[in-house]
Design a protein around this ligand. Structure first.
Ligand code: GSH
Length: 203
């Protein structure tokens, strides 16, 4: 059984969605980052970068255990372990969109949320800079999804990794654009039972 260390955030839910989609048995360990539990020595032993998600798979490559952080690496690992959602024919396009998520969608949406909602001080320059960039990135996804049902060929880890950030953010970006193709894709991906199950982990 895979141990998943996670919390109710977009980055954590990428992995619970993937585990549900791949039908891999897993055990959930909630790490409350609101209470700084990620700073406890027992968690730092799993990830010196003190961030969820982390998985521990006792049956990793070559049968040896593996401890893995960084959601992009985790999703590639799980896809290769199961042979699902990363087909060879579309591998590099899927990885392109996985990396777009990891380098653009996640970090910029995270900063947008921080400055627009969480920051103790409202800094108009920062709010505008990050919301504008989040809207530009969503516009890129919208263009891609205008001509494609999913981000890269059939439904893949690229969609699983992007959905948990984009679905809750459409509301924050409602003044920045309509993003009709992204909305259609959010409805399709969000309608998958495995996605619905993964998005409520940890309970
Ligand atoms: N690049 C990382 C980002 C993970 C991340 O930002 N995790 C946040 C929660 S969503 C966290 O654990 N923050 C706690 C901290 O930084 O101390 C990934 O994709 O796995």
């Amino acid at each position: 059984v895979i141990d998943l260390y996670t919390f109710k955030t977009p980055n954590g839910r990428k992995v619970s969605v993937a585990l549900e989609e791949m039908e891999l048995p897993y055990r959930v360990h909630s790490v409350d980052i609101g209470k700084n539990e990620q700073m406890q020595p027992s968690f730092l032993a799993l990830n010196i970068n003190h961030k969820i998600p982390v998985i521990v798979d006792p049956e990793g490559p070559g049968g040896a255990p593996i401890t893995l952080s960084e959601s992009g690496a985790i999703l590639v690992y799980l896809a290769e372990k199961t042979g699902k959602f990363l087909p060879a024919a579309r591998r590099y396009e899927i990885l392109q969109w996985v990396m777009f998520q990891m380098s653009a969608v996640g970090p910029i949406f995270g900063q947008s949320y921080h400055f627009a909602k969480a920051a103790p001080e409202k800094i108009p320059y920062a709010i505008e800079r990050f919301l504008k960039e989040a809207a530009r990135i969503t516009g890129v996804l919208d263009q891609r999804l205008a001509a494609n049902e999913f981000l890269a060929g059939d439904y893949s880890i690229a969609d699983m990794i992007t959905y948990p950030w984009v679905a809750p953010f459409l509301d924050l970006l409602k003044e920045q654009g309509e993003f009709a193709n992204v909305r259609r894709w959010v409805a399709t991906v969000g309608g998958r039972p495995a996605v619905a199950r993964g998005m409520v982990v940890p309970a």
